[in-house]
Design a protein around this ligand. Structure first.
Ligand code: UDP
Length: 455
């Protein structure tokens, strides 16, 4: 007898076109596909994930008239995001209308949009589709954004300019200080507060999904659940639950062969993610500090990440000789594979949330050098809540670089941090296993989608 194919209901995903947002959204797509949904990814013209063999089951759509790479370069990250939300609202409605026409009214189970792609919400409302906000940062950072969205920008700016205030704990956010709050290196405070205001207005969505776990930040999650008017589902870390290779840049795998030749837990891996910038002066202090530490290092230097340089040309010739002896530099690494490698003893990171989860997920302690936004929140938590990171603040000098690398890879302190990191890794793994808190939370979200009209 011919088997009747059950039609999968569709989840529409709307990621922000940036590596740190695309990756967890694609992982969420994989997790929901495993639960029986079909997945449609609606992308902008900039930074599209290719519909490679890894995503052969997914359907991809591009929003017509959305911004391009040259818009990103001309505008900069923050104005780009604000403008993207203006220009996409109408064309996204058209995309959804077309999907509904093709699919039939009952077949879209939910529109899951990145918190910063809030143009999606009016379209979901117009077609009476359930919607969920996906927050790709920590719950604590989301609490901060909610708090910042309500501050008076002018008064807050005065506070932030006062060095004494900067070091004070922000009321109700212990251990975060004023200077740890997620302000932006990509634009003025007024713009970031405007963005948070637009993004945090989530009451019109039916749920908030967060790529975090209760073992990491139970009190922030509880606070979010109290303060937001909608259900909060902590379902992370998604990279452990569902693999979805979605690198927007080409990974240089030759560094894994280099790692294979290094001693266990000896290498410091340095990578500052997809957007952070490093000034030449800081890069040179890093180089000489690494040199003096005598430890092997794998350094990701993203082309364009050092203003005024194409790639590594500002590094002195003597340093290039040292690289040949005990270092390796690449433009982009297969980060998860690197962190999993037994030779890696520590991770020098800008502390983006994905990098933070990936490092904890492999039990690797960190040197924390945040650049912007939520990275400061994560760095402070790594240092003083989870106690698996060395936080570097203020101007960097080679002596501090040298001692931090040694603290992590040579000293007893680093070994203790590693033990705590491994303990957290085990808790994270348990949370995504069947019956664990994140796994159950994902099931609850899925069940809520299955109950027609429940949202
Ligand atoms: N990444 C990578 N190779 C690199 C550097 C980063 O694959 O050389 C990945 C990393 O694994 C993570 C993402 O890029 O998943 C960066 O996200 P994160 O939130 O840490 O930082 P962002 O790029 O958003 O600042």
């Amino acid at each position: 007898m011919e088997e009747k194919q059950v039609k999968r209901r569709m989840v529409v995903l709307v990621p922000v076109p940036a590596q740190g947002h695309v990756t967890p959204m694609m992982q969420l797509g994989k997790a929901l596909h495993l639960k029986g949904f079909s997945i449609t990814v609606v992308q902008t013209q900039y930074n599209r994930v290719s519909s490679s063999k890894d995503f052969s089951d997914f359907h991809f759509l591009t929003i017509p008239g959305s911004l391009t790479e040259s818009d990103f370069k001309n505008l900069g990250a923050l104005p780009f995001l604000l403008k993207l939300n203006q220009v996409c609202e109408a064309s996204f409605k058209q995309c959804l209308s077309q999907l509904l026409h093709e699919q039939g009214d009952d077949d879209i189970a939910c529109v899951v949009y990145d918190e910063y792609m809030y143009f999606s919400q009016p379209a979901a409302m117009e077609f009476q589709l359930p919607s969920a906000v996906f927050s790709t940062t920590s719950a604590t950072a989301l609490v901060c954004r909610s708090v910042l969205s309500k501050v008076n920008a002018a008064a807050f700016l005065i506070d932030m300019k006062d060095p004494e205030t900067q070091d004070k704990v922000f009321p109700g956010m212990d251990p975060l200080r004023y200077k740890d709050l997620p302000t932006s290196a990509f634009g003025p405070l007024e713009s970031i507060i405007k963005l948070y205001n637009n993004a945090v207005n989530i009451q019109t969505a039916s749920a908030v999904i967060i790529n975090s776990a209760s073992c990491l930040e139970s009190s922030s999650l509880a606070r979010l659940q109290r303060e937001l008017q909608v259900l909060v589902y902590p379902i992370g870390p998604l990279h452990i639950a569902a693999s979805a290779p979605s690198s927007l840049l080409e990974e240089d795998r030759s560094c894994v062969e280099w790692l294979n030749k290094q001693k266990s837990s000896s290498v410091i891996y340095i990578s500052l993610g997809s957007l952070a910038l490093t000034q030449t002066k800081e890069m040179l202090e890093m180089a000489w500090g690494l040199s003096n530490s005598n430890q092997p290092f794998l350094w990701v230097i993203r082309p364009g990440s050092v203003p005024g340089s194409e790639w590594t040309e500002s590094l002195p010739v003597e340093f290039s000789k040292l690289v040949l002896e005990r270092g390796y530099i690449v433009k982009w690494a297969p980060q998860m594979e690197v962190l999993r490698h037994p030779a890696v003893g520590g991770f020098w990171s800008h502390c983006g949330w994905n990098s933070t989860l990936e490092s904890i997920g492999e039990g690797v302690p960190m040197i924390c050098r945040p650049f912007t936004g939520d990275q400061r929140v994560n760095a402070r938590y790594l240092e003083s809540v989870w106690r698996i990171g060395v936080l570097l603040e203020g101007e960097l000098d080679k002596g501090t670089v040298e001692s931090s690398v040694k603290r992590l890879t040579v000293d007893e302190e680093g070994a203790d941090m590693r033990k705590r990191a491994i303990d957290l890794k085990e808790k994270l793994e348990a949370s995504v296993r069947s019956g664990g808190s994140s796994s159950s939370s994902l099931d609850d979200f899925v069940n809520s989608l299955k109950m027609k009209n429940s949202m």
